[in-house]
Design a protein around this ligand. Sequence first.
Ligand code: SF4
Length: 347
Amino acid sequence: MVKDKTLRSIEDLVAAGLLPAAALAELEPVAEQFAVGVSSQMAAVMRSRDPDGAVRRQFVPDRRELTVTPAERHDPIGDDAHSPLFGLVHRYPDRVLFKLVSVCPVYCRFCFRREMVGPEGDGAMSDEDLAAAAAYVRARPEIREVILTGGDPLMLSARRVRTVMAHLDAIPHLDIIRWHTRVPVVAPERLTEDLVAAVSRSDKTVALAVHCNHADELTGPAEAGLRALRRAGVMLLSQTVLLKGINDSVPALETLMRAFLRLGVLPYYLHHGDLAKGTSHFRTTLAEGLDLVEALRGRLSGLAQPTYVLDLPGGAGKVPVTRELIAQGGVRTWTGDWHAYPPEAGS
Ligand code: SF4
């Protein structure tokens, strides 16, 4: 049994010495709107080796979260528009998401699903929800990949993970099962032998996209957890959110991408910040992001280059960020539809 020492409130953060007592009144209104969670691993990093505050700023609430800009929205990437069943999102023909749980080991201050996650969030998929989602996939041979997300799906017990994998393994036309998680980095103690075995035990290709935004998040236990997953045959990929004041510099991104490769994690996505409520202080411009990505090209091997992507508001999916998109103020997606970015008011 993993003992949970997560800090879950402003009071907890004050008691742990991560905020001054004066922060209580100032930050309570933030905590009332958005879940608070700092894992013991990330609290230890903040205390011992976070010289620039790159870890702290990701998890410790900030009064600026109360500022909501007109473009920000409840469901920034438009999950709801593509959700035919509870917990299932079907945006592209060949893949679906299962949002298995709505809890996480930490609550990131920039989270794109911040209004759906947390103790008061959407909730977990029940046995019936899972069976219905599996039946949906079984009935559609064009679906080749299931992406397991949340919240953080590795908040589930090994036993529950085995149940999920059994459902998916039984679908013959499925090729890939892909986990999206922050657990290996922020709560590596959860990655027991039992959980690693449960995640990886499948005849299908099992991929795991690990969410990490700064090399200072990568502790010894996190590295050990990633190695255990790799030894178990899991294909490791990265996903990083570009965050102002945290990783929006060439040295920060270069160090992180090199760390991923050293650990056998293939850099996959660098996400532009989504239009989640109260997160404008974290967003760079698209042009700033593109400048950074172009600078990385001269410094890192092709293996270490993530694709810089924008999730279009409204649910049209991901597009690569390009100079054309910026100059034209939008992009035509794979469906042939035009999407303005930044989105027009009210869209
Ligand atoms: S772990 Fe993922 S889903 Fe959970 S708060 Fe962080 S970004 Fe959001």
